[in-house]
Design a binder for this molecule. Sequence first.
Ligand SMILES: *Cc1c(COP(=O)(O)O)cnc(C)c1O
Length: 392
Amino acid sequence: MPRPIMATISVPAMQHNLQHVASSLQAHARMAGRAAPRIWAVIKARAYGHGLAQGLAGFGAADGLAMLDLDEAVACREAGWRGPLMLLEGFFDSSDIDIVDTHGLTVSVHGEEQLHMLEQAAPARPIGVNLKINGGMNRLGFAPGEAADAWRRLAALRRKGVVGELGTMMHFSRADDDPAATRAQLGAFLSLIAGMPGPVSVCNSAATLTAGLWANLPGDRPQWVRPGICLYGSSPFADRSAAQLGLRPAMTLESRIIGVQDCRPGASVGYGHLFTAEAPTRVGIVACGYADGYPRHAGTGTPVTVAGRATRLLGRVSMDMLAVDLTAVESAGVGSPVVLWGAGGPSVDEVAHAAGTVGYELLCALAARVPRRILPARSSASGISSDAGDAQ
Ligand SMILES: *Cc1c(COP(=O)(O)O)cnc(C)c1O
């Protein structure tokens, strides 16, 4: 028998989350009397650790898919995806432009070097471009003072047939925790793009889920939101859980108890003896450690579910094992099922919080050695339904 650890990837949960986000966008669009934004489902980092094939199966109803790696985009084309594909960081080298051209990819152009490469290029077909403007994140993007000139150069390339559809994009730095800062970034962006027609894309998950934020953008332009993390059933907000947002976990990490120790008061557990029993404590040893992607910084008290009962981690996480408190889970013993995160256990966000990080990092860091079981797509899902009733 293989080591009893397993990650279950639920494609139906991914389908649900996309439908749920789409339904709430549609509901807000109806209230605002305008068209709902189109959705780039973000599948970078191998669909946030869920696997590219699962991203394609789960988000087949999205308007487009967005990623970073050219090989991920090419793999989507090879898997039969005919719709739009966007490279969120654009291309890295002039030779990448051939791949962009061959596969009909849309690119972000965020800096002078990329713009220069595009000015030297002679693609067979016009390339869809989103001019990325630095809206205060100070990561990628043209500075506000450089944006108008970059737009003029891209518009010239459009007239030459090098650039096809031309739009603008920006990334919020505090959409998850500071609505005032986000409104200020949006306001500055809106005045910058006044002379730049074409599609607009500004919203990650946090901004997409901030009711109607996108409705502040000009109604006469197509809009694309770019949700990632929420589609995998993890919350972008520290103060709202994924369950409260109506999202379902796409990844469940499970294992089993492989050993039990009865510790007397004063006995300590694991490396560094970080946990010392104050009362008689039954300690279960779980086949899961940081080499599986479980965070080593999760300490005593981190939530975990054993045999359907919520309990806690004890002491330091080892490479291949961790310890849990079975004192109150009398029925548990060797072989008992353990949910580290996901359906039937704590949320990935709760575990991440206990380890001082975010759900994104845990999902993306699931180790290659963990076997995956895939729950296949619901067959009826051929597109996003416009029934907002599914939004619950
Ligand atoms: C990753 C990413 C997103 C998605 O962000 P989430 O917080 O996962 O929704 C959107 N836009 C860009 C440019 C990104 O890099």
